[in-house]
Design a protein around this ligand. Structure first.
Ligand code: FES
Ligand code: FES
Length: 191
């Protein structure tokens, strides 16, 4: 910010104006292996940047409060609720959304398993469930324990681990048994 802009900002603050009104910041994200340059209001969530600015509407907005998991995406290899994170916090980072996991012609194994095991009904939660499930298997492979891990030195796949780790992804259609079956199939290499 230049000295002139700083002075103008200080004047606006003193006058009680909203100093952030109209301000934008450059943000660069690598989304689904493609570098995307954005100019955003710094208050823009990662979810809104993906849906409203990049038109990647596979990621869903359910609650917008971190309670449903519909907005789950993978950032730098870890799943996050994109509604709870500002896009500017991820400047320079790699984001994978459901569109980046696979295509209708070349489904990711987890996408394929959800179809095979009927892991959805309305499908609204499904992009978040699938992104979360892919990251869950990576967490287990990396030896990251969960609340139900009995032996911290021996993190293994189990249905209980999946239930615990996927507990932030709500399915209003209650497809849970089939979702677990789909994740188990991928974990066992059967998808
Ligand atoms: S929309 Fe982000 S957790 Fe519900
Ligand atoms: S499939 Fe409908 S909310 Fe999960």
């Amino acid at each position: 910010m230049t000295l002139h802009e700083n002075t103008r900002r200080a004047g606006a603050d003193a006058a009680g104006e909203d100093a952030t009104a109209g301000a934008t910041v450059p943000v660069t994200l690598t989304v689904n292996r493609e570098v995307r340059h954005l100019t955003l209001d710094p208050r823009t969530t990662l979810l809104d940047a993906l849906r409203e600015h990049l038109r990647l509407t596979g990621t869903k907005k359910g609650c917008d409060h971190g309670q449903c998991g519909a907005c789950t995406v993978i950032v730098e290899g870890r799943r996050i609720n994109s509604c709870l994170s500002l896009a500017v916090m991820h400047d320079g980072e790699a984001v994978t959304t459901i569109e980046g996991l696979g295509t209708p012609e070349r489904l990711h194994p987890m996408q394929k398993a959800f179809v095979t095991h009927d892991g959805f009904q309305c499908g609204y939660c499904t992009p978040g469930q699938i992104c979360s499930a892919v990251a869950v298997l990576a967490e287990i492979a990396d030896g990251i324990p969960s609340h139900v891990t009995a032996d911290l030195a021996d993190v293994r796949f189990s249905d209980a681990e999946v239930r615990e780790r996927m507990s932030g992804n709500i399915c209003r259609c209650a497809a849970y048994p089939n979702i677990i079956a789909a994740i188990r199939a991928v974990a066992e290499g059967a998808a």
